[in-house]
Design a protein around this ligand. Structure first.
Ligand code: GAR
Length: 206
């Protein structure tokens, strides 16, 4: 079975969607480990203890030290794909290079709009009429890698950032699963700064 390593820092609803899909026979893969920079996060509790790895990044002298430990732990699980599912720490160049072309992130905006944090509040403030989520390949620059797929939701009158977050999250789970099905089937690749499906380019480069 294709092996998926999941990086997470929080609630882990995207991770749970992956686990549920696997349990329901809707994703032919195995989650080989959950890796976190937040030792007390909910996401870790969603897998058996043997599959958990976590370290508090604050215990490390440098970002690169933490990154190297994380990368070693991930490599030891021999994943085919690495998925950042609510992983809230920037991955260092070393990590990104080691797993280049097989690390995906789900980001709660329609990239290239609203890279970084607080995307829902920023979409509201910008007066966006549409908002959503993107799955993209991870590159060293934050949220700047090739987009694989996006899900769009409307921004409705009177929406709070929380309303919007909920509406987007409901679309994130199926979006991530659809993307992962393609990934584990060997249909997805990254080359020349763009994502490819079945040997054909998808979106234009950001
Ligand atoms: C999701 O909305 C995800 O897109 C976002 O964090 C949330 C995690 O939810 N990720 C980022 O903002 C990455 N910078 P979850 O823990 O329930 O999957």
């Amino acid at each position: 079975l294709p092996r998926i390593a999941v990086l997470a820092s929080g609630r882990g609803s995207n991770l749970q969607a992956i686990l549920d899909a696997i349990a329901d026979g809707k994703l032919d893969a195995e989650v080989v480990g959950v890796f976190s920079d937040k030792p007390d996060c909910e996401a870790l509790l969603r897998v058996p203890e043997a599959k958990r790895w976590s370290r508090d990044a604050a215990d490390y002298a440098t970002r690169a030290d933490f990154d190297a430990d994380l990368a070693d732990a991930v490599a030891a699980a021999h994943p085919d794909w690495i998925v950042c599912a609510g992983y809230m720490r920037i991955l260092g160049d070393g990590f990104v290079a080691r797993f280049a072309g097989r690390t995906l992130n789900i980001h709660p905006s329609l990239l290239p709009k609203h890279r970084g944090l607080r995307t829902h509040a920023r979409a509201l403030k910008a007066g966006d009429v549409e908002h959503g989520a993107s799955v993209h390949f991870v590159v060293p620059e934050l949220d700047a890698g090739a987009v694989v797929a996006q899900a769009v939701v409307p921004v409705l009158e009177g929406d709070s950032a929380d309303d919007l977050a909920q509406r987007v999250l409901a679309r994130e789970h199926p979006l991530l699963l659809a993307t992962l099905r393609l990934a584990v089937a060997g249909r997805l690749a990254e080359r020349d700064g763009r994502a490819w499906l079945d040997g054909h380019p998808l979106f234009k480069p950001l």
